[in-house]
Write a protein that binds this ligand. Sequence first.
Ligand SMILES: O=C(O)c1cccc(C(=O)CC[C@H]2O[C@@H](n3cnc4c(=O)[nH]cnc43)[C@H](O)[C@@H]2O)c1
Ligand code: ZN
Length: 354
Amino acid sequence: MTQHLGAFAAAPRDLHAFIAGLPKAELHVHHVGSASPRIVSELAARHPDSKVPTDPEALVDYFTFTDFAHFVEVYLSVVDLIRTPEDVRLLTYEVARDLARQQVRYAELTVTPWSSTRRNIDERAFMDAIEDARKAAEAEFGAVLRWCFDIPGEAGLEAAEETTRLATDDRLRPEGLVSFGLGGPEIGVERPQFKPYFDRAIAAGLRSVPHAGETTGPETVWDALTHLRAERIGHGTNSFQDPKLLAHLAEHRIPLEVCPTSNIATRAVRSLDEHPIKEFVKAGIVVTINSDDPPMFGTDLNNEYAVAARLLNLDAEGLAALAKSAVDASFLDEAGKAAIRDEIDTYTSAWLAP
Ligand SMILES: O=C(O)c1cccc(C(=O)CC[C@H]2O[C@@H](n3cnc4c(=O)[nH]cnc43)[C@H](O)[C@@H]2O)c1
Ligand SMILES: [Zn+2]
């Protein structure tokens, strides 16, 4: 599963090692999209009626996408492998292990509960499974997880209603839930129709983090800001087409959750060298670096930092600043943010000491 990892190999050797040990926060990573080849093949073997390959080598081809619609089709075949609360718990716990191995201290994991409840996983059992894994991962790996529940937009308003209910019902809502999102394809899925659901989620104390501008233009990002009151934008890639939007994002300090390799894998951007991340930094926008669906895109967060180092010409101090931007843009409490920032500073000073 290494089709996109070339950029990491291209980073200078010591920068590669610096990134591997750098404490980090991941703000845009999907639950099912983080299933490692080992987990996918284990689940596929458990459910042999599935068309998902059981051989990790065959998964490399299976996870090569022709466009965003093809990506969603493949993504849903993996969603179909998650059939029991134990599948949910195993996936969540293993995802946390993979994050912790990369020195990710804090992650906001995007979970689509509707995809599981509609596949007859009991809603109470689903919440218990993710929470149980979250607590075990924090105790055993030291990785703090928080949840973003997202509406799968293409599934329509019934899915929006159900996701909002699951996110706002005090008897169900998990302790780790901090935010509310909107995912899936953007073409033909207008953002404004989701305003009432975001209003309810925001009123219940959740933060707004919709995907926008990944596969459609800047007008989708404006819609996310205006109608969904977005506090961060998932991707926001095509914002570069509108200078007024760039200025607005910079002035209002709305961070972009940039996922460079994802944009290449889904063919939203032609090549890494054409990625607009440089324009975002030049415009003064808060940029965070994320991995989206790492095993499906043959990447991980460390590789995304290596990609960013190359595209933005960053040294160790620049990478540490990028890591701190993600901490600052997160929904962690102030004490938690300060602790990770201190850890980043201590690590970087030790690295740079003669
Ligand atoms: O679960 C279903 O049965 C179902 C039925 C109809 C539509 C959907 C979806 O739209 C699921 C899409 C799913 O994709 C997730 N995702 C992962 N990576 C990305 C991304 O880069 N951009 C947008 N969406 C992404 C997202 O969390 C949705 O849940 C499902
Ligand atoms: Zn995403």
